[in-house]
Design a protein around this ligand. Structure first.
Ligand SMILES: Cc1cc2nc3c(=O)[nH]c(=O)nc-3n(C[C@H](O)[C@H](O)[C@H](O)COP(=O)(O)OP(=O)(O)OC[C@H]3O[C@@H](n4cnc5c(N)ncnc54)[C@H](O)[C@@H]3O)c2cc1C
Length: 399
């Protein structure tokens, strides 16, 4: 069977495209690329996923044991997308048999004027999302692990949870393979050449020809996009998470300690704490305080100032920690100026799709972004609302 014969029923878009060496070539096997490959292969396309390192490596943004998944967003578009993301992660769990989502319940809290807090409460109410609004005393009565300023207000939402990040990426890649995708590891893409109806992808090993390409290169996006005539002010930031032991570890297990996001006035930088998953102790981070790095900069060294600042924050706001930091892990954010994602088709080559869903909050959406990308590649359109993420929006001007 020819590859394009398998694709009948996708609105005829594919029939206008001469099939090449592969139908859909996905560049980058972080959570977004692995998910795009999975969804495209599941739809019947011939898919090739190309990764410069090994699947599950720790030099990008998708590694580690835990990422927050939540409905708590200030913008309704993200709430809608998060609802689809929850459903698709559950579908993947059913299909694969893997446990990926751990329901913990969780808080967004801060002073009443904290960035985004009022809007989160508004969206919960508008969309009838189960939640409770609690003051500092009530939060600390229910969860004595917290030590919060008296003016703190918080929204508790029971569906808050953690995705086991490493397991999500491995499962997406395995299921992509099960649906027939080829996965090429340790094969860096060097050059992308777009033609009117196809794309050439030059790697260290060969030249691939594809009818459609999905580019999900994480913090390596900016230089690859530049090759395609797109100059974006994407900034790569070093981030770091800290694991801190507790005097009584059982107080920080799932069910005893909730996830939390502490929001502050006048900044999108936030502090977060996670119950125990995949490590012996809870995890803490303060984001947006790391140095800017270049995409090719492979510095993974632990930043001592970030470690100390996060440790001090945790000791001030959480009771029952020993004060040690037993492990710190480096990671990267790829930031857009407005902190919204980029998900769009190339303006001149619509068979080339670009996705930079990071800015520090993309992982949870990996399941639905993969579906979006597969739909854009195979049908030229998606059922999800991605207008907010378009390339030509004012918040993402060329530099
Ligand atoms: C510390 C930290 C905490 C976070 N917490 C959360 C959270 O709680 N909840 C949440 O939703 N999100 C969170 N995020 C954000 C989330 O992890 C990212 O949005 C997401 O992982 C981005 O995935 P990606 O696939 O776009 O990028 P990546 O995971 O970086 O994947 C890109 C892949 O492309 C490959 N690649 C790049 N260039 C090439 C090339 N030339 N050839 C071949 N392959 C190439 C890379 O090797 C890499 O594997 C967090 C991020 C960090 C760093």
């Amino acid at each position: 069977m020819l590859w394009n014969e398998k694709l009948t029923g996708l609105n005829g878009y594919e029939n206008r495209v001469a099939m090449k060496n592969t139908d859909v070539l996905v560049i980058g096997a972080g959570v977004m690329g692995a998910s795009a490959a999975y969804h495209a292969a599941r739809a019947g396309a011939h898919v090739r996923l190309i990764e410069q390192f090994r699947i599950g490596h720790s030099r990008g943004s998708s590694h580690g044991a835990s990422r927050i998944i939540r409905l708590a967003y200030a913008q309704p578009e993200y709430v809608a997308l998060a609802k689809s993301a929850y459903a698709l992660w559950r579908d993947l769990e059913r299909e694969s048999g893997a446990t990926l989502y751990f329901k913990t319940g969780g808080f967004d809290f801060g002073a009443p004027d904290a960035h985004g807090l009022a809007e989160i409460g508004h969206n919960y109410r508008e969309q009838n999302i189960e939640h409770e609004m609690l003051d500092a005393a009530e939060i600390m009565r229910r969860f004595p692990q917290f030590r919060l300023p008296s003016d703190t207000v918080g929204f508790y939402q029971p569906d808050y949870g953690m995705l086991h990040a490493d397991r999500c990426v491995a499962t997406l890649a395995a299921q992509a393979r099960a649906h027939g995708a080829e996965i090429c590891e340790e094969e860096p893409v060097l050059k992308i050449v777009a033609h009117a109806d196809s794309v050439e992808v030059h790697t260290t090993k060969t030249v691939h020809h594809a009818a459609r390409v999905v580019l999900c290169a994480g913090s390596w996006m900016r230089p690859l996009l530049q090759q395609l005539g797109i100059h974006l002010p994407l900034v790569v930031q070093k981030e770091q998470v800290q694991y801190m032991p507790a005097t009584n570890p059982s107080e920080f297990e799932i069910g005893r300690f909730p996830l939390f996001i502490h929001r502050f006035a006048g900044t999108t930088s936030l502090a977060a704490g996670f119950p125990v998953l995949g490590h012996a102790c809870p995890k803490f981070l303060i984001d947006h305080i790391g140095a800017r790095v270049e995409p090719e900069d492979d510095d993974r060294a632990v930043d001592v100032a970030m470690r100390e600042r996060t440790r001090d924050y945790a000791l001030e706001h959480v009771r029952g920690l020993t004060g040690e930091v037993v492990e710190a892990v480096s990671c990267r954010y790829t930031m857009t100026p407005d902190e919204d994602f980029l998900i769009d088709r190339h303006p001149l080559y619509p068979h080339l799709i670009m996705a930079s869903p990071c800015s520090g909050h993309g992982f949870k959406f990996g399941s639905v972004v993969g579906e979006v990308l597969a739909e854009l590649a195979l049908r030229g359109a998606t059922r999800h609302d991605i207008a907010r993420f378009r390339l030509d929006r004012p918040g993402l001007r060329d530099v």
